[in-house]
Design a protein around this ligand. Structure first.
Ligand code: ATP
Ligand code: MG
Length: 469
């Protein structure tokens, strides 16, 4: 087997014969007597180098080599020219990306050297391209792995250790165990910090997909086009920075679970694509025509009222019904106060070691204070609070100190709700110039209640306020 195929094109039989003799010893030589014939051979053979005569009827050598360049830019192109027509040569070299021109008559030895060198550079180019391709594949694999590992690390940091006491949460975990092995989409709703992400992970780990990937994507974190290519992947050249083909998360998570957080933030174009995956398991990479098939479990989450978004025209109704097959609502922490002691304890154990703290429990007063707060940031806020307490506390018990948020308690030990009520009563008292009957009527409570509340707020009765009225 000779290493390279050469194609020699000339309308003069004599030249074809002579060149064949020159090269047949080292290479496989093919000959053609016209451009059209040469193009036919190029379709059938892998040619490494073409030597073409410039002056041929119908198609000149330069014109042929221009087409050769379009077929495969790696093929080495050499032109033979019998006369010194400088202008046409320059054009040939520029347009046809000619490697070299050789003036007739040629020195056989020179020609051999030129061809040998050209083929060496051809080999190098091919080798470079092969390495580049391998590098791209390795890169893609690495980036997949990287995404996988990042996810694993997250998992490690955030152990799927869930704590609950309330029947409401008990009910949620019964739902979870029912849906875990079912392919339907799950929609998790609830305020920020209630544990949606944790529950999503839990669903994944309960089901048969647990050995595959759980991948999380926040739909509000990226602009539309980046999110699209993150989720669905792209073809090389699909947009300016798409320097290579890239898998999207749907492909990376194939067989596993894709958790789409803040689903309400998806633009309507992406909602259409998501709907298609949910309905047919199919999608297209950005810039690609053919569909790809995946088997991915979708869990979506939102802290908005998704139905309200549908009514405002911001969320597609068909997608809403697809996603809302199995809704799970996680109540805010203030509606499940009985969970607080167990959660507080859980958070303490979770962070104690890292923070080098001696504390192994809470004083009764501290626990009571924790249970009285309303946690707009839910479990996440409770967790932050405990971390802060661990840093500030010195003994074995966490005491009520300066570590509760300002909002939790004021000097009188009132909660945010109580302070709101107080402000409202005071506003009405001022409005009605101390007439408690009218205040009571506005609030829909008895006059005695108003009076009792006011008394509770004020250590000293306000001299301006006639409570006997
Ligand atoms: N029942 C629970 N038991 C133990 N830890 C919990 C529980 N619920 C929430 N957490 C912890 O509270 C923090 C917030 O939970 P998570 O991130 O799941 O909330 P989220 O609802 O996804 O919030 P967001 O809407 O901001 O994404 C996490 O550190 C999580 O581990
Ligand atoms: Mg979350």
């Amino acid at each position: 087997m000779k290493p390279y195929n050469l194609l020699i094109v000339d309308d003069e039989k004599e030249i074809l014969r002579s060149l064949t003799l020159t090269f047949a010893e080292d290479y496989e030589v093919f000959t053609a007597s016209s451009g059209a014939e040469a193009l036919d051979i190029l379709k059938q053979r892998k040619i490494a180098l073409v030597i073409a005569d410039q002056r041929m009827p119908e198609m000149t050598g330069a014109e042929l080599l221009e087409q050769v360049f379009r077929i495969d830019p790696n093929i080495v192109r050499i032109i033979l020219t019998g006369y010194t027509d400088v202008a046409s040569l320059i054009r040939a070299i520029n347009d046809g990306h000619i490697y070299q021109y050789i003036a007739k008559p040629w020195e056989r030895r020179d020609l051999k050297i030129i061809v040998k060198r050209a083929l060496e550079s051809y080999q190098l180019t091919l080798e470079n391209q092969r390495l580049l391709r391998e590098l791209q594949i390795a890169n893609e694999r690495l980036s997949d792995e990287n995404r996988f590992l990042r996810n694993e690390v997250d998992k490690g940091l955030q152990d799927v250790n869930i704590v609950w006491q309330t029947p409401a949460m008990q009910h949620i975990f019964e739902l979870v165990s029912k849906v875990a092995n079912n392919p339907v989409a799950v929609l998790l709703t609830g305020e920020t910090g209630t544990g949606k992400t944790l529950v999503a992970r839990h669903i994944h780990h309960q089901g048969f997909r647990r050995d595959k990937l759980f991948i999380e994507q926040n739909c509000g974190a990226l602009p539309e086009n980046l999110l699209e290519s993150e989720l669905f992947g792209h073809k090389r050249g699909a947009f300016t920075n798409a320097i290579q083909d890239r898998k999207g998360l749907f492909e990376v998570a194939d067989g596993g679970t894709l958790f789409l957080d803040e689903i309400s933030e998806m633009t309507s174009a992406l909602q259409v694509k998501l709907l298609q995956v949910l309905q047919e398991g199919q999608f297209r990479r950005v810039g690609e025509n053919e569909y790809r098939q995946v088997d991915v479990r979708i869990i979506a989450a939102t802290n908005r009222d998704l139905w309200a978004e549908v009514q405002k025209g911001r969320f597609r109704m068909d997608l809403y019904y697809r996603i809302n097959v199995f809704p799970i609502h996680i109540p805010p922490l203030r509606k499940r106060i009985q969970d607080i002691p167990a959660l507080a304890d859980h958070c303490l154990k979770k962070h104690r070691r890292k923070l080098n703290s001696q504390a192994d429990g809470f004083s009764d007063a501290a626990l009571q204070a924790l249970c009285r707060y309303d946690y707009p940031g839910n479990v996440r806020e409770l967790e932050n609070l405990i971390e802060r307490a661990l840093i500030l506390s010195s003994g074995s018990r966490i005491e009520v100190g300066d570590w509760l948020p300002d909002l939790a308690l004021d000097a009188t030990g009132m909660t945010r709700l109580e302070r709101f009520q107080r402000a409202e009563i005071e506003r009405l008292v001022e409005l009605h110039q101390g007439d408690l009957n009218r205040v009571a009527r506005d609030l829909g409570v008895s006059r005695t209640t108003v009076w009792r509340r006011l008394k509770g707020y004020r250590a000293q009765p306000d001299p301006l306020l006639d409570v006997s009225k």
